[in-house]
Design a protein around this ligand. Sequence first.
Ligand code: PLP
Length: 432
Amino acid sequence: MILHPTYDINDQGHLTIGGLDSVLLAGEFGTPAYFLDTDAVRNMCRLYKRCFAKYFGENSIPVYAGKALCYKGLYSLIAEEGLCADCVSSGELYTANAAGFPMDKVFFHGNNKTDSDLRYALEVGVGHIVVDGIDELLALDGIAGEMGKNPTILLRITPGIDPHTHQKIVTGNVDSKFGMAILTGQAFEFVKAALECNNLTLDGFHCHVGSQIFDIDPFTEACDIMLAFVAKVKGLYGYEAKILNIGGGFGVRYTEDDPQIDYEANIRALGEEIDKMCAEYKIDKPMLLMEPGRSIVAAAGATLYTCGTVKSVTGFRNYVSVDGGMPDNPRYTLYQSKYTILNATRANAPADFPCTVSGRCCESGDLLAEGISMATPKRGDIIATLVTGAYNYSMASNYNRIPRAPIIEISGGVAKVAVRRETFADVASLDI
Ligand SMILES: *Cc1c(COP(=O)(O)O)cnc(C)c1O
């Protein structure tokens, strides 16, 4: 096993993904390509479902955050596993709906839903709209009135904490484009305004503190602030929240330097803290929801590339160029995110070739990793990036008119195409 149960090395010294030989997979499906071990995804769904029911309460259901990875087949899987889903755009709603996902189990997010997004959400019968601010609240109330609907809503609240993670993925602090802050008092005005709306039913509150979080402290802090808020709102307006959705954010191990995370132990500890807080604030425990995205899909994915040019810049460094890059994985370029990258063809050979892994775009910043080592690669070797199930395909682009890579699902030792490779004709298909 390398990092996660999905990855291993076989007798040929090749990396395996979901038990299948990566060199053979690359030959069959071409490169670059994303592979997803759907058995591992299902295991994570089941772990969350079981742990939430056990430690958060019988009625607590995990809400899968589709922005991590979104395509029809995955929504079908999430529906089969009985999870709810969180969508952040009409495009994600459309995909969920097209996959037959039960729309009453969808939470619709976004800091700037347009009127047409709101209309579309009401048309398809989204279960909960998470309203981000007063502007949107009044717009939704008006649109719901026109359409003769009475949508159920949550209010996005900003608890104002710093989860000690990467600045660009911190969203729970006060100065944020998301939600309404408790600290400034605006969250209370928000609740009052929601209770005064004629066409909306307020079901509770939502917050999200950030991503790639490895311990429960930011979640405990967020729950403390949010449950105190629930209690204060009860005192002020006599309104008691039925749902408290505390967002996503559990971390994933990308490299050996990241800690192992015991999800069950974390959920148990958080559940115990929440029970104590509800008793302290003298409120009934709301239905508690969490929205894991990354931690459900990341460790089930891998991307395979073919090695092209290997170049040593004398006196500087070695560049290993692969046939993908920022179009399929922009995360190093965006956040300097660290990945485990290895020579899948020679996975047993010592990783003694120091290198920078570069993509194929006309952009010096198009890199996948710097300062790593792998077994000395030769043109034609298969290079793998591990833990790419989240925020890779969903963030992919056609930069340099490079067709998007396909998604190949692996289950029970069988691989099948779930999203086909884009063609050059696909890329040019919208040009008039
Ligand atoms: C991004 C996001 C999530 C998922 O976060 P992960 O880190 O992928 O678990 C959940 N809820 C909201 C509102 C988000 O913005």
